[in-house]
Design a protein around this ligand. Sequence first.
Ligand SMILES: Nc1ncnc2c1ncn2[C@@H]1O[C@H](COP(=O)(O)OP(=O)(O)O)[C@@H](O)[C@H]1O
Ligand SMILES: [Mg+2]
Ligand SMILES: [Zn+2]
Length: 269
Amino acid sequence: METKRVVESRLGLTKVRVEVCPLCEGTGWKTVAGSADRCVTRCDCQLRTRNAALLAAARIPKRYEHCELGSYTTDFPGAHPSLAHAHLVASRFVEEYDPRDGTGLLIIGQIGTGKTHLAAGIAKELILKKGIACLFYDYRELLKEIQNSYNSTVQATELDVLRPVFETEVLVLDELGAVKPTEWVWDTVSLILNTRYNDNRTTIITTNFEDQPAAAINGSLSAARAATRAETLGDRIGERMRSRLHEMCRVVKMEGTDFRQKCRSASFR
Ligand SMILES: Nc1ncnc2c1ncn2[C@@H]1O[C@H](COP(=O)(O)OP(=O)(O)O)[C@@H](O)[C@H]1O
Ligand SMILES: [Mg+2]
Ligand SMILES: [Zn+2]
């Protein structure tokens, strides 16, 4: 942390203490080191302020604030190789991020494999290392907020909720499919994904549902088997949106059991 020079000034009887950045003397611009013609560039203090604002605006829930790519471990007994691969894909995604590309990630795996950890970690690094605007939304939370906006006593309109979701450079949509599907849910998820797809915007998605077709279109599946099989992503968001996701995202599979249980049982050994 750089030391800050404290300037004291007197305004009448009130003593005002203003912290001035020693690099730019408060102008927000610093001279580029070694440049002959005294080129200036945005000062670090400005970038820090901007990144702190972006981080706050990303709405990463408190529960996931600790999630960083650096703190994701793949070095524990029984760690499935797909976890190290997913971690590598996540790190490369940040390094090679190109806003013109628009391809996101569809992170699939059972509960507790660290999907949200990686997704939140990617968002944090994009913000802090590259100054990119990100927005984190839990799927259930987002649908609830949209539904609440229909309530006439609530000030926010549907578009107030959706505009940042449509427009943010990178959207993290956590636990896609976690809401019981209805026609409204399907329409809403289609609106969000199609809008972002059409605008070529990057979306990072996590889901606990297997990336398999909906029961209805799988002709070989008998009605009895369909009733007993585990629900798939196709069942939860509709087959059209599942295939759209494949155009928007690169699929990352995370296998293994719940990390928390693994840690707990390991500590008893
Ligand atoms: N490989 C890992 N290294 C470090 N922490 C992990 C790892 N996997 C999961 N966690 C932690 O375990 C908890 C559950 O992970 P989470 O990302 O919520 O799983 P998922 O979203 O797949 O259900 C989180 O607190 C997360 O930080
Ligand atoms: Mg999760
Ligand atoms: Zn400065």
